[in-house]
Structures are given as structure tokens and as C-alpha cells.
Design a protein around this ligand. Structure first.
Ligand code: UDP
Ligand code: MG
Length: 309
């Protein structure tokens, strides 16, 4: 019997891209049965309509899930993976930034048997603002240093995985999902194929600089407790400094009879310490809020409609 490849595609306001994407991808010849799973992540344009059109216009095996609102790409990925039935599953963006031709190579490598996952890694960030690539690179360096997961610079969500790895990813049921971390956390052997960055074919990216920044912070909080220790380090350092200063001022007063006139120095110390304390509280707050959201155990997404309803 033929093996099945599930193609999981999250879409958020992608009415223009869906027909183009489907046309491209269905022309890729693979010795597998293909199964498509599109997730409409609460789009406000006619993404759902476009999905229904392609379902009605082809004999290929297509399913879709439409969310009741925008739950984010991470939730869409989870939904797609849990609906997938294939022996292999590939995650793809609909904007053709993940070149469909690569499926052929990915399939060849995964079929060899050594690897559970074949990922794609951009070696250039051509067409991306400089400051954005700079921050992205620094983020990867930082998170690899302060956590025990390893995220490859430039690795995308675009990857073909064996069933076994997909099932392990589905086992990770946390609410605040950071897929790049989860892919690395579950382990298994991953091979990265390199490719040149492609610009989005139509439409616009929904990621602003700010949302990427928040996403990175979330990744750090989810996979590292180093920021928590920073608070205690800062406490120790300011304690040591205060002891040294106390000795210094006592000697100066006793031996040299030179009491400090100190409005300025006092203000500096009060403001400095206050700042450190607020920062530490803020860091602590981030972790507490993540715990809070996890304990609510809300569903990751809510389905409004599928191709069966
Ligand atoms: N996406 C989604 N939900 C969102 C945002 C994006 O499902 O809330 C999808 C989007 O339709 C696309 C993919 O995730 O298929 C990647 O999005 P985008 O191209 O905006 O991100 P970038 O390529 O810039 O990282
Ligand atoms: Mg994109």
C-alpha cells in the first residue's frame, strides 16, 4: 500500500495565495499519496471560501479546519498535526516562502531511514530588513546559550517528519506553544537542507517587529529559567557593592573626618536599587503569568467549521 504524506498548511488572510499555492503543490510529483490539511486561522477575508473552492474543484484528498477566531500559527500547527493521518507529515506556509520543489529532496532523505525529520534552513535572509535579521540572529545565539534546547539559526517551521515524531509533538500539550523549541525538545534526528530565502509571493507578512520580539521573549521564558537567576545575581552584586561602600565611607568619616554630603549619591542609589527591584519583579511576573495561563487549561483552538460540516 502507498504511504501517505500529509501536507499541513496554516492560512491567515491568504485568499490570494491559496489557489496559487495549491496549483504549485499539486504539480509536485511524489511516489506517495498526498493528503492536504488546510487550517483557516480565523481569517477575516475569503480564505475559507477559497478553501471550499479547491475542495470542490479537485479529486485530491483535501480537508480543512476553520477556527472560530485567530488563534495564531502555533495553534494552527497543532490542529493540523492532530488531524493528519499520514506516515509522513510536512508543515508548509501558504505564501510559497517554503519552496514546494524541496518536498522531493525532503522525501528522498526521509525515506533513507536515518532521519525522523528533514527541516529547511534559510542560508540568506535576502529581502529582509537588516535590523530584523540582526535581532533574529542574536535571539538564536541567546536562546541556545541559556536553554538546553538547540535552535538552528534560519531553521523554519517548514519540515517533513515521521509519524513517530509528530505523535511526540502532539504529546506536548502546553498552551503557550513555541514550535521551534518543541521540535528541538522532542529530540530525534533532524537533517537540515539549506536553501535561499524566497520573498512572499502575494499578500503581506502578519508579523510585525514587535510581535516577533514578544514571540522571542515567550520562547525564552518557555525554555529557560536563566532570567530568573539574573534577579538573584543582581541582588548579590548590589549587596557586595553596598558592603564595600559602607567600609569606604566609614573609613573616610573616622580617619579623615570627612562626612559625605550625600543627596546626589543617595538618589542614585535609591533609583538604581528601585530599578533593579522592579526589573526582577517584572521577570518574575512573566513566569507567573505563563504559569497562570497554563493552569487554566483552555483548549488551544476552537473549530467553527470543517469540510464535513
Ligand atoms: N499564519 C497563521 N496564523 C497567524 C499568522 C500567520 O496561520 O496568526 C500563517 C500564514 O498564513 C502563513 C504562515 O503562517 O501561511 C506564515 O506567516 P507569515 O508569512 O506571515 O510569516 P513569515 O513567513 O513572515 O514568518
Ligand atoms: Mg511568510
Amino acid at each position: 500500500m502507498d504511504k501517505i504524506l500529509s501536507i499541513v498548511v496554516p492560512c491567515f488572510n491568504e485568499e490570494k495565495m491559496i489557489p496559487i499555492f495549491f496549483e504549485k503543490i499539486s504539480n509536485i510529483e511524489l511516489p506517495l499519496k498526498k493528503e492536504y490539511i488546510f487550517i483557516d486561522d480565523g481569517s477575516s477575508d475569503s480564505t475559507l471560501l477559497e478553501l471550499q473552492k479547491i475542495v470542490n474543484g479537485t479529486k485530491e484528498q483535501i480537508r480543512y479546519i476553520s477556527f472560530s477566531r485567530n488563534f495564531g500559527k502555533e495553534a494552527a500547527i497543532y490542529a493540523g498535526l492532530s488531524e493528519s493521518k499520514g506516515d509522513y507529515v510536512v508543515l508548509m506556509d501558504v505564501d510559497l516562502q517554503d519552496p514546494p520543489e524541496m518536498l522531493i529532496d525532503m522525501y528522498a532523505h526521509i525515506e533513507e531511514g536515518t532521519y525522523h525529520c528533514i527541516g529547511a534552513r534559510r542560508v540568506t535572509r535576502k529581502g529582509e530588513p537588516f535590523i530584523r535579521s540582526y535581532f533574529a540572529r542574536s535571539f538564536y545565539k541567546l536562546i541556545n546559550k541559556i536553554s538546553d534546547i538547540d535552535i538552528v539559526d534560519g531553521a523554519r517551521d517548514f519540515r517533513m517528519m515521521r509519524r513517530q515524531m509528530v505523535d511526540s509533538i502532539l504529546e506536548v500539550k502546553e498552551y503557550n506553544r513555541f514550535s521551534k523549541g518543541i521540535f528541538s525538545w522532542v529530540g530525534f534526528n533532524t537533517l537540515y537542507l539549506e536553501y535561499e530565502n524566497h520573498e512572499r509571493a502575494e499578500g503581506e507578512t502578519t508579523w510585525s517587529f514587535w510581535s516577533l520580539f514578544k514571540y522571542s521573549l515567550q520562547g525564552i521564558v518557555a525554555y529557560s529559567d536563566v532570567p530568573l537567576s539574573i534577579a538573584s545575581y543582581m541582588g548579590v552584586i548590589s549587596f557586595v557593592i553596598s558592603i564595600l561602600m559602607m567600609i569606604f565611607f566609614m573609613i573616610r568619616t573616622i580617619i579623615f573626618d570627612n562626612p559625605t554630603q550625600g543627596w546626589t549619591s543617595l538618589m542614585v542609589i535609591i533609583l538604581g536599587l528601585g530599578g533593579v527591584q522592579l526589573l526582577s519583579l517584572g521577570i518574575l511576573g512573566k513566569y507567573v503569568s505563563q504559569t497562570y495561563l497554563e493552569t487554566k487549561r483552555r483548549p488551544l483552538y476552537i473549530v467553527k467549521q470543517t469540510e464535513r460540516t
